[in-house]
Ligand binder design. Structure first.
Ligand code: PLP
Length: 486
């Protein structure tokens, strides 16, 4: 299987060649030359597989340059009941992403799929844990090392650190704004004592951290010498890992392949739901893919109007579902490529326009850049938006009716899903975090604290290991060089 760039000007690459990288050299995102198909017979066979074995079947179709026995060892090391042990009471950890039916009425069914039972209590563990093991495997083969450098305001950084901790050949340097993360998130990251994990608390805000990451990525000489890499959401292997739980969710909610299901996905960078789109393109009987946004509604606007308009920093709101606070959706280009029938030249022009004019318009109105909006429904996409008041109300309602506490991001999903439930088609809402991570809003909604999974009770009291630094890229570079010895 070869991979091509959405902008059409990069040489085709194998899975292993793009595994450790990010953007293609032409600024596009990698996608397979064509999506592998899943037959009905395969789906039948997969119904009884363990999560790890299902992941192997899916990965085999994409990572064709890694021997099957190696892939098998990697998925069996990744998808274990021990790694995904933070299931709620009554959930079976061995299922990795268990389903819970919330509601069945008028023939419509609302189901939660738990993706947040991994080490950091958020869905990013689903892909990042696999990435950690794939990276270690690939680096060992090449006798190479990699220094991951990134900035985080919470979820991504901690998922990356928990995936890479103790891994041979890998170090993680993670910037975060000093004293700006929640006590729980800070404790999660800073309590890691592994010598290959470096937490750098920057005296500044998240944007300062991100500016330093950009400055380093523009310094090609430093990047090459220090073997700097990233693990952001455009990484192709992360997307593939996410395809697996859409298939698992489908198989768990149905008994035969003539049945369809829909998914609602709390969305930010479009990474999660992009995997749903790919599962659907591969032939999984998915009816609707519903994009749920918070007040940062770039994607909802596109799926309602065909107009993609990225936001400026001043227009990007800090909300109580912070992992969805984005101004542009970094994986969206993959969907647009398919929507435009893989016309890389047009994709390149549209995303150039994003840089120069802040967006593009596919509504088909006079003066627009195209009329492909009319094809969006063919791909199953719908959308909706949820606000702080909706979130609080939904958390309250789900707790009162079903005795389940959901986190703020999942609440955005449930709010929007309820507008799109159809009789006879189960609606699966992806649970993207456990409520303990966003306790402030749970307290506001329910008047009491969210339950904490075992082992997290006193996390804030654990010893913390981090370095405080000014927002000065020269000092950050010196810190990295000192610890890599390169
Ligand atoms: C990252 C994240 C999201 C958004 O996922 P995307 O892939 O960026 O669309 C939603 N909820 C939680 C809890 C997250 O951590």
């Amino acid at each position: 299987m070869q991979y091509v760039s959405t902008r059409g000007q990069a040489a085709p690459q194998s899975f292993s060649q793009i595994l450790l990288g990010g953007l293609a050299p032409d600024g596009g995102l990698y996608l397979p030359v064509e999506y592998p198909r899943i037959s009905g017979a395969e789906l039948d066979d997969w119904r009884t597989l363990s999560y790890a074995d299902l992941a192997l079947e899916v990965l085999k179709k994409f990572a064709t340059d890694i021997p099957e026995e190696d892939l098998k060892a990697i998925v069996h090391k990744t998808y274990t009941a021990d790694v995904y042990r933070n299931a709620r009471t009554g959930e079976d950890t061995a299922q990795i992403t268990p389903l819970r039916v919330l509601e069945e009425k008028d023939g419509g069914k609302l189901i939660l799929q738990a993706l947040s039972n991994g080490p950091t209590l958020a869905f990013k563990d689903m892909a990042m844990q696999l990435l950690g093991n794939l990276f270690e495997y690939a680096l060992a083969k090449q006798h190479a090392e990699l220094n991951i450098f990134g900035a985080t305001s919470g979820d991504t950084g901690s998922a990356a650190e928990y995936a890479m901790r103790g891994k041979k050949g890998i170090r993680v340097f993670m910037l975060s704004p000093h004293k700006k993360m929640s006590a729980f998130q800070t404790a999660q990251m800073f309590s890691l004592q592994d010598p290959n994990i470096f937490n750098i608390a920057v005296e500044g805000v998240f944007d300062d951290c991100q500016d330093m990451v950009k400055a380093v990525s523009n310094d090609l000489e430093f990047k090459a010498r220090q073997k700097i890499g990233t693990v952001n959401s455009i990484n192709w292997a992360r997307v593939v890992a996410q395809v697996v739980y859409y298939i698992r969710g489908y198989l768990s909610a149905t008994t035969g392949n003539e049945q369809k299901v829909s998914f609602t996905v709390p969305s930010g960078n479009f990474g999660n739901i992009c995997a749903g789109h790919i599962a659907r393109m591969m032939g999984v009987p998915i009816d609707r893919l519903v994009v749920a946004t918070n007040e940062n509604d770039v994607l909802d606007e596109f799926f309602r109007t065909g107009i993609y308009r990225v936001r400026k920093s001043a227009e990007t709101y800090h909300t109580t579902s912070p992992s969805m606070d984005i101004s542009k959706a970094s994986n969206f280009e993959r969907f647009v490529y398919d929507l435009l029938d893989r016309d890389a030249e047009r994709v390149r022009a549209l995303f150039k326009k994003v840089e120069t004019h802040g967006g593009f318009d596919l509504s088909g109105n006079p003066g627009s850049d195209g009329d492909e909006f009319k094809k969006v429904a063919q791909y199953g996409f719908l959308s909706g938006k949820s606000t702080h008041a909706d979130r609080v109300q939904t958390i309250r309602d789900v707790h009162a009716k079903y005795g389940v506490t959901i986190d703020t991001h999942t609440a955005d999903g449930v709010k929007v899903a309820r507008q799109h439930v159809k009789p006879g088609v189960p609606m699966i809402v992806l649970e993207t975090a456990l409520p303990a991570k966003f306790n402030e809003t749970i307290k506001e909604a329910l008047g009491h604290d969210a339950e904490r999974p075992a082992g997290f009770e006193n996390i804030e009291a654990l010893p913390q290991r981090f370095d405080v630094m000014p927002a000065d890229v020269v000092q950050v570079k010196a810190f990295i060089a000192r610890h890599t010895g390169l």
